[in-house]
Design a protein around this ligand. Sequence first.
Ligand code: HEC
Length: 340
Amino acid sequence: MNLRSLLFASLAATAFACGDGADAPDKAAARKGYGDGVWGASYFPNIELTEHSGKKVRFFDDLIEGKVVMINFMFTSCPDVCPMETARLLDVQRLLGERVGTEVHMYSISIDPTRDTPEVLAAYRERWGVQPGWSFYTGKLEEIDLLRQKLGVLAPELDPEMGAMDHNINMVLGNQATGRWMRRSPFENPYGLANDLGTWLTNWKKRSPETLVDQGDKGAPTIRTPSAGEVLFRTRCASCHTLGGVDTWGITTGKRVGPDLYGVVANRDPAWLRRWLAEPDKMLAEKDPLAMSLLAASNGIAMPNAHLTPVDIDNVIAYLSEASAEIDKERAASPATPPR
Ligand code: HEC
C-alpha cells in the first residue's frame, strides 16, 4: 500500500466513528456534495484556532470548506527539521505566487500551542519572510491532536517535548470540495508540491506558467546518476541554499534563507567547514565568530544540525566543490552572461 492509500484507509476507518464537530442536520444537508459528504463537515473537527494575527477562525468553516489547502504541523522552537520544512514551503509559496491565499491556502498549525502564541507565530513568519496568504495557527493542544488524528498525521514522533518530528508524516494537501486528500513529505521537490496544489488538486483549472516546470517545453530531462553528495544536497540542503544563484533544479531563485554556497569550499578553512557541517548548533552555541556573522546575515535563522556522518560530509564537500567548478566553467564559456 502506498502512502496515499494508507491515508485513505486511515481516514475511512475513522470517518463514521466520530461525530466531533458535527453540524445540525440541516446545515450538514446544505453542505452535501462537498467531498461526497464523507469528507465534509461531519468528518473534520470544526475546532477554533487563532491565527498569527490574533484572528479567531474555525477549522472547517473558515479554513478548509470548499478550498484547496496545504496543512502542515510544526512548532517554532523545533531545532532540526522544521526549519528545513519551512524553507521548502517558502519555495512552494514562491512558485504559486499570488494564487496563495486565493485559490490555494497554506496553513501551518503549531503542535506546541502553549509556547507558540500568536505573537510568537507572527515573529516567526516575519523572520522567515513568509508572504501573505500563508497563515500560522495556534489553539488548544487536545483539539489540535484530534485534528492531526483526523488528518491521519498524528504520530508519536511528532512531539515538541522530544524535540523531534518525523517529517514524512506531517503534511497534508487536499481539496475539501472534491474530497481528494493526500499526504506529502515536505522533503519532496517543491515544484512537485506546487504542482499538486496548483494543478492536480485544482483539477487543472488553471495553469500558471510559474507553477509548472514543463519538461515538455524544455525537452526531456537528461538522465544521469547524481553523486551521493548531490543527492544529499538536493534533499537536505537545497531548500535553504542556492549554488551560484540557482537552485538544484536549475531555476534562478531569489536569495534563500542560508547563504549561496558557490565557492564555499575554496573560501573557508577546511577544518572550520567540516566542523560546521557536523555541528553548526554547537559552533553557534560557542559563538564561533564566523558562524555568528553568518547568522547575523541570515536574519537570525540558524542552520539546523543535519546529523551528517563523516562520509556524508566528504560527499557533500566534494559535490560543492565540483558544482562550483562547473559554474566557473560555464561563466568562463559565456562571460557576457550577467552574474547569476
Ligand atoms: C533550514 C535552512 C538550512 C538548511 C536545511 C541547511 N542550511 Fe546551511 N546554512 C543555513 C544558514 C541560515 C546559514 C548561515 C549561518 C547560520 O545562520 O546559522 C548556513 C550556513 C552554511 C554554510 C556556511 C556558509 C559560509 O559562507 O561559510 C555551509 C557550508 C552550509 N550552510 C552548508 C549546508 C549543507 C551542506 C546543508 C545540507 C546538509 C545545509 N547547509 C543545510 C541554513 C540552512
